[in-house]
Design a protein around this ligand. Structure first.
Ligand code: ANZ
Ligand code: ZN
Length: 846
């Protein structure tokens, strides 16, 4: 019988799988329906860690499950191998980023081979291969043709430590996502993708994903895109020909606008300041210098003292002709809305803080004490606890309380709007503004265009040539890829301009247009460009004619199940959704969302905190793999809890999992019946457990309740053990059936053990391709017990009932029994005693 030795089993089956290639997808002529199961590809920094083990374990459960359900499953793997960390590590260690990266890939690959997710290795890709990044460049050119890729000068987020620009998405609470340094602003000409053109669609299409994506992720995307509805209102400016537009979500409060604020770092502020006195101009300049180094988060914070400069200019309120002062203040951002606001201090907290700091007038225009239909007003109580009448309510004066009135109510001090509720007033004032050509309904997004230029070496070169005569000239498609020059001889240390600029042989080229001396764009692309479409490249990663074949996309995409970390809830997923929509618009795809269903795995913690080298609590994947084997690790991670939850490695027991696997494996070796045994002859009790698992596991797997399936497998293995030791014995057909089903389902979690069990049960590899056994409905009905019905102490009937039957239900059945009715005849029933589920005793009057 042997003893269970995971190392031996691993060594035995790896070469067999390499030979058989059971996980190769898309064989010609394969008529099975298709599924695309994708894990977010790893970043090759160091070896795999427990987080990878968990995430890729879950992805593999899904892939294996769908194969058993009869699908041709595409489950590929590749490496997100460009990017800053490789470059920084390379700088630190003085090695070539390419060598460092590919050495890490080799190591991760070796670990993956041991861990054995059911990848189709023939589709492996690396984004840092010219064969891959050529198509990033192709994509860039497509976007450029469409005007979706464009260059503009502007203030960009700048990390002074990494010496590179950052996308808004890479600035976390004002700090660099990667190194934690405070992000500042810098004026640079950069490449952008016009993701804002897609803002409405990116938002609206989230509705389709609701229910199949985690709610949290959908909400985070919604907030990030941040659509708000309101109005643009135009203000005349004294001494200026053109009006100034402001965006407001509360046009109903227009009569309460008592001043205007412009962003100090906007062109508008600079222009308005020009007309001011020299002292004010100086004050403005000083203020601007201080604002430039502030983060947006700080600027928008409500609990900071308000600062600003009066520009000695006035605007005219379009509805009442009132003259209002114009200030420059940092709490208004240059790149949101129009970079200017109408300030309504009575009803906006930041405006109120500002008005109180600079003694500007506060005018209440919404009576928030007045009841509004559909809104239940909170009626304040007086000191005796008696509800106060509206006329007794204390006057709420934001100027003295310092609390802005942001709620609903009835409009006051607002001419034609008086008496209207907030929403009606918004509608009415927009009508009035539209009639007079002074404004219109408008919406705004928090989302900004995607800044994709990076001043770093290890990325995809931007395929543009700058010619002194022709300007920006795209590299002709036939000349792609623009290969990254060797790092040797280049100074990779961050300095604010791309290291590629110093690669003289590379950067100096003839203009494709006029042949004159020109220079290549020396920036590289944000690596999120690489990952925005990689799911399409897996369809044929060796295609050197095109990025992907639309017919393949039609066959396989969108991805049916995407698995990865919640840290990608915004950036990567938003960009992939965006690029998918662009490719749809260009006619390459027939769908608009890349990932139909998303699973975010939780984190693997150690003693309650995130594992990290610095905390010294890193559980090394390689050593765990060596100690317990792939199967025990995978079972442990799957059994630890719902996949979405964080798990603490310290609480888990890979040795417990190994014991369970050994028990299952031994059973397969003890079965004495042959594969052609008659299933029906087997022990019904054990068969019921087996078939209930067969019936329940699909629903559990599709709801990601993997831990429940493992628990049920443990139950089945225990029941099988019992049947062998103290039941019908190892030769019973039900024992064989249970062992076969155990092997088939165990393949989701412990592929090596499952394959070995399968062989011990007398079959050829691979268990991974065994079609799901159908549960026999006859074995799914609940067990029944026999209830005895007595009339006056004599047994009159026997009923087959559920062991869980309720007493009144049992009584009703007993009273309805023909034999019982006959025996009672004309007599009257005196009493009924029910002992569910076994006995009903009916006594009659005699
Ligand atoms: C007047 C007003 C009255 C406002 C009121 C609010 C309440 P969201 O929802 O985030 O879109 N705003 C507009 N542009 C701004 C900018 N560039 N920087 C900072 N704030 C700006 O917010 C829209 C509201 O934020 C706008 O509506 C405007 O203030 C302010 F009782 O206008 B509101
Ligand atoms: Zn030229």
């Amino acid at each position: 019988r042997g003893t269970y030795d995971f190392a031996e089993i691993q060594a035995k089956w790896l070469p067999v799988w390499d030979e058989l290639q059971p996980f190769r997808a898309g064989a010609p002529g394969d008529t099975r329906p298709r599924k695309y199961i994708l894990d977010m590809f790893p970043y090759p920094s160091g070896d795999l860690h427990m987080g990878h083990a968990e995430a890729f374990g879950f992805g593999d459960i899904a892939a294996r499950y769908w194969r058993h359900q009869g699908f041709d499953v595409l489950h590929p793997i590749g490496w997100d191998s460009f990017g800053l960390p490789a470059e920084n590590a390379a700088i630190k260690r003085g090695v070539d980023p390419r060598e460092w990266t590919y050495a890490n890939i080799d190591q991760q690959k070796r670990s993956f081979k041991q861990y054995a997710p059911s990848f189709d290795w023939s589709r492996e890709l690396h984004t840092s291969d010219p064969e891959y990044y050529k198509w990033n460049q192709w994509l860039f050119l497509k976007l450029y043709e469409q005007g979706i890729a464009y260059r503009k000068a502007g203030l960009v987020n700048w990390c002074p430590n990494d010496q590179t620009v950052l996308a808004n998405e890479q600035v976390v609470n004002g700090h660099c996502e990667r190194c934690g340094f405070v992000v500042t602003k810098r004026a640079l000409t950069q490449w952008y993708f016009r993701v804002t053109d897609y803002a409405d669609r990116l938002l609206d299409d989230l509705n389709q994903l609701e229910g199949s994506w985690p709610t949290k992720v959908v909400t985070m995307q919604r907030n990030w895109i941040g659509r708000s509805a309101g109005a643009d209102v135009e203000f005349e400016i004294e001494g200026r020909d053109e009006r100034i537009s402001v965006f407001t979500t509360r046009p109903d409060t227009l009569y309460g606008a008592t001043f205007m604020v412009v962003a100090p770092d906007s062109d508008l502020a600079a222009e308005l300041a020009e007309g001011a006195s020299p002292e004010v101009q100086q004050r403005f300049q000083d203020y601007l210098d201080s604002v430039r180094v502030e983060s947006d988060i700080d600027r928008l914070s409500t609990d900071r003292p308000k600062t600003g400069v009066f520009l000695e200019r006035y605007a005219v309120n379009p509805v009442n002709g009132e003259r209002i002062p114009i200030w420059a203040a940092d709490y208004v951002l240059a790149d949101y809305g129009h970079g200017a606001i109408m300030a309504v201090p009575a009803h906006d907290q930041r405006d109120l803080d500002f008005a109180r700091a600079f003694e500007l007038p506060v005018r209440v225009v919404v009576d928030t004490n007045a009841p509004v239909t559909g809104v239940i007003p909170v009626i304040p109580l007086d000191e005796n606890g008696v509800p106060m009448l509206p006329e007794d309510l204390p006057a709420v004066d934001p100027a003295s309380t310092g609390i802005a009135l942001t709620g609903d109510g009835r409009l006051i001090n607002s001419g034609p709007l008086n008496g209207l509720s907030k929403s009606n007033a918004i509608r009415r004032v927009i009508e009035l503004l539209e009639q007079r050509g002074l404004g219109r309904a408008a919406k705004n997004f928090r989302l900004r265009d995607w800044l994709i230029s990076r001043q770093r070496y290890w990325g995809t070169p931007i395929p543009i040539i700058h010619c002194p005569d022709c300007g920006e000239v795209p590299v002709p498609e036939s000349e792609l890829p623009v290969r990254l020059p060797d790092a040797a001889g280049l100074d990779l240390s961050p300095k604010g301009s791309s290291p590629l600029g110093a690669a003289e042989d590379w950067v100096n080229v003839a203009c494709p247009n006029c042949g004159g001396a020109a220079r290549r764009d020396s920036d590289t692309m944000d690596t999120f460009v690489d990952s925005s479409w990689y799911y399409l490249r897996y369809l044929n990663p060796n295609d050197d004619e095109r990025a992907f074949e639309p017919a393949d996309a039609e066959k396989w995409a969108p991805v049916d199940q995407y698995v990865g970390g919640v840290e990608h809830a915004i950036l990567h997923l938003l960009y992939a959704r965006f690029i998918t929509k662009v490719l749809f618009d260009l006619g390459y795809l027939s769908f608009t969302e890349p990932f139909t269903s998303l699973l975010n795995q939780g984190m693997v913690l150690m003693d309650g905190s995130k594992m990290s080298k610095s905390k010294g609590n890193l559980v090394e994947f390689a050593s765990e793999l060596g100690a317990h084997g792939a199967d025990a690790l995978r079972v442990t991670l799957a059994f630890a809890g719902p996949p979405e939850d964080d798990i603490d490695w310290a609480d888990l027991s890979p040795t417990g999992s190994a014991k369970f696997l050994a028990r299952a494996w031994r059973i397969a070796g003890e079965v004495t019946s042959s594969p052609d045994v008659e299933w029906k002859s087997g022990d019904p009790a054990l068969r019921r457990i087996t078939h209930r698992l067969l019936a329940d596991a699909p629903g559990l797997a599709e709801a990601f309740k993997f831990n429940v399936i493992v628990a049920r497998l443990m139950e089945l293995v225990n029941a099988t053990r019992k049947a062998i030791d103290s039941g019908p014995g190892a030769g019973d057909a039900a024992v064989r059936e249970a062992a076969e089903v155990t092997a088939m389902i165990l393949d989701l979690f412990a592929p090596f053990t499952a394959e070995d069990m399968w062989e011990r049960l007398g079959y050829e590899p691979s268990v991974a391709l065994v079609p799901w056994r159908r549960a026999d409905p006859a074995l799914l009905v609940e067990e029944s017990v026999t209830a005895i019905v007595q009339v006056d102490g004599k047994v009159r009937d026997r009923l087959e009932v559920s062991p869980k039957i309720a007493p009144d239900e049992l009584e009703a059945l007993a009273r309805a029994s023909e034999a019982v009715v006959r025996s009672i005849g004309e007599r009257e029933i005196a009493a009924v005693i029910v002992r569910a589920p076994r006995l009903v005793n009916i006594a009659t009057k005699r």
